[in-house]
Design a protein around this ligand. Structure first.
Ligand code: URA
Length: 248
């Protein structure tokens, strides 16, 4: 079986088929209510080293699909691994000129595997559409790929910890490196702070162009803030920020 596996793994296409079959199997297990599988770190390393050998260089994250597969297998935050339904990698066009970055998946996103699909997401979609774009024109991702757990509570959200952000943000850096958007919109304090790697006051930063690794970045309010603050003066600010993005 090992020789056969080795043979299969030398073909990249076959590797992806194997991966798909594995994901299909795991999804079926999850549908039956199974929450954990035990895989030793050695086995995961062996799988990745086969992938690396097969292309002669480190191909783990040279393409978006492979980056996604690696993120799906991430187990760096044990508390989030055991509470998540799935990893919420991102959605949209991997060749997008414009990329939106949010905080972390909420309950709806954790269930559906897609960022910004809940109430705040619907507002973000409206904002994107009012800009003359659709969700499939842009790329949408979060600082955290897993929903922050809320032990002892069945509802509600919590902000990511500094530690969780530092652990997870390399996935986002790699996503941005591959997408190479012409512009970024950072939604809220966590997104702005996570990308700039410092603590920021969103009220001071919003509307002020920043630079993330040479890419212009517009900090603005998180749409959830607008859901809770219906004042026209605050709504106007986010529109001014989006107008600046459209103009640029
Ligand atoms: N809030 C976020 O920051 N991201 C999501 O994906 C959903 C809600």
């Amino acid at each position: 079986a090992a020789v056969e596996a080795q043979f299969i793994l030398t073909e990249m296409g076959a590797y992806e088929k194997l991966l798909e079959a594995t994901i299909g199997h795991l999804n079926a297990q999850r549908a039956q209510g199974r929450r954990h599988v035990t895989v030793s770190p050695e086995k995961i390393d062996a799988l990745f080293s086969k992938l690396t050998e097969s292309n002669g260089h480190d191909v783990k994250e040279t393409s978006f699909g492979q980056l996604r597969q690696s993120a799906f297998a991430c187990t760096k935050c044990p508390n989030l691994v055991s509470s998540r339904t799935q990893v919420v990698f991102g959605v949209g066009n991997p060749q997008a000129d414009l990329m939106f970055v949010g905080e972390a998946p909420g309950q709806d996103e954790d269930r559906q595997g897609e960022p910004f699909v809940g109430a705040a997401g619907k507002l973000l979609t409206k904002i994107i559409e009012t800009m003359g774009l659709s969700r499939s024109d842009v790329y949408i991702a979060n600082i955290l790929k897993c929903r922050p757990d809320t032990p002892g509570r069945s509802t509600g959200n919590r902000a990511p910890t500094t530690n969780e952000m530092a652990t997870c943000v390399p996935w986002l850096h790699k996503q941005i490196d591959l997408i190479q958007p012409r512009m970024l919109v950072a939604l809220g304090k966590t997104a702005v702070g996570g990308l700039l790697e410092k603590d920021v006051a969103i009220t001071r930063f919003r509307g002020q162009w920043q630079t993330y690794r040479g890419i212009p970045m517009m900090p603005t309010f998180h749409p959830a803030y607008l859901l809770h603050n219906q004042s026209l003066a605050e709504k106007r600010k986010i529109w001014e920020d989006m107008l600046a993005v459209m103009e640029r």
